[in-house]
Design a binder for this molecule. Structure first.
Ligand code: CP3
Length: 343
């Protein structure tokens, strides 16, 4: 098994830099689009055989170093009684705006509410047969709250920020419930065989440093504390967070996932050597010509060459129209690090 991904999470020596791509299973792949012609997104997520097929698709094309379970950060909210649709973005049947609505959220065990996720992880482990490790994931509480309070994805997520200022205790109560649900959800995935987990904080960057500690980071820390005993490395991805880096690095996670906005060498100095780094090629860089993609990927790699603990990735999810040739150029650039290191 290629365990360079898990080794890099732990800042152990590796034969070359590992690579996986956030949202690697998805619409930039023709075979994913074909699968989606036949079945809607929620059915895909809820049918273990189909979810595993979506997870495996990128690995058949590219020699990636990890596989991520196919699901969505919002799906486990069904355990709280939240109803949603996707087209393609999420839309909740009802936004959660009041204290009474927060109080009314249920807390069913993930194993009961979303059993298909555990089944998919088990099946994926079996299908991979040790070829790559499996990454499980969840949304960070603030990011989940941003969708729950807004009811859908919306630039700026004004509704959750309004709640933060008008009813901070209601928001704290919501975050507390989400934290408990995500601990249970990650534990389910790790028990089913996930060998690492990533916490996606896609919207933490909406917070100023003064608010980030109490409305985002402390809840992420609670999740890290709540699953650490299981021994799976934890990646904490913070999008839009150049102003939050030093704080984000204290979450307790093994790896800090960086968005594309901060050069890796600058981030490395700011957070110090005690945490691995993941990232951070700009997803839009993959719209350059392949030769330019190679240069841009090499630039990212060079910024942390020799620093223990780097996992190559994009600085946010891969975009739906990304050319396959660009992904191939990225993969080749990473593979060339083995030859460089050996030379
Ligand atoms: O390879 C993988 O990473 C697949 C699993 C995965 C999906 N969503 C599948 C998906 C993961 C890890 C996610 C995470 C996710 N979902 C995040 C965090 C990462 C980030 O991008 O910031 C967020 C914020 C969501 C919420 C969400 N789900 C949005 C905003 C959308 C629509 C637009 C988009 O970005 O694709 C979705 C739908 C979704 N989730 C799709 C996929 C493949 C597209 C649905 C389709 O096939 O029509």
């Amino acid at each position: 098994m290629t365990d360079r991904f898990l080794k890099a999470c732990r800042r152990e020596p590796v034969d070359r830099t590992p690579l996986w791509i956030m949202r690697q299973a998805g619409r930039y792949l023709p075979e994913y689009r074909e699968l989606r012609q036949k079945v809607d997104f929620l059915t895909l997520c809820k049918t273990p055989e189909l979810a595993v097929e979506a997870s495996l698709q990128p690995l058949r094309r590219f020699p990636l170093d990890a596989s991520i379970i196919f699901s969505d950060i919002l799906l486990p909210l069904e355990a709280l009684g939240v109803k949603m649709t996707f087209n393609p973005g999420p839309k909740l049947a009802e936004p959660v705006r009041t204290r009474a609505q927060v109080d009314a959220l249920e807390s069913r065990p993930a194993a009961e509410a979303v059993p298909f996720v555990g089944e998919a992880v088990r099946l994926l482990r079996r299908e991979l047969d040790g070829r790559t490790p499996v990454i499980g994931f969840c949304g960070a509480p603030f990011t989940l709250a941003a969708y729950l309070v807004q009811g859908e994805g919306k630039e700026g997520f004004g509704a959750v920020k309004t709640m933060l200022y008008r009813e901070p205790a209601t928001l704290a109560h919501l975050l507390e419930k989400l934290t408990a649900a995500m601990i249970d959800y990650l534990r389910l995935q790790i028990a089913a065989g996930a060998q690492a987990v990533q916490i996606f904080d896609s919207w933490a960057g909406l917070l100023a440093p003064m608010q980030y500690e109490s409305f985002a980071l402390r809840w992420v820390r609670a999740i890290v504390d709540g699953v650490a005993d299981l021994g799976a490395p934890i990646i904490y991805f913070v999008n839009g967070g150049p102003h939050l880096l030093e704080d984000a690095a204290t979450s307790g996670a093994d790896v800090l996932g960086l968005c594309w906005r901060t050069p890796l060498d600058v981030a490395a100095v700011r957070v110090g050597p005690a945490i691995a780094l993941q990232g951070n090629l700009d997803p839009h860089a993959l719209f350059a010509e392949p030769a330019e993609v190679t240069k841009l990927a090499n630039d990212v790699l060079a910024r942390v060459a020799g620093r223990p603990g780097h996992i190559m990735n994009l600085g946010h999810g891969i975009l739906p129209d990304t050319p396959i040739a660009s992904v191939e150029a990225l993969v080749a650039a990473v593979q060339a690090t083995a030859r460089r290191d050996a030379a």
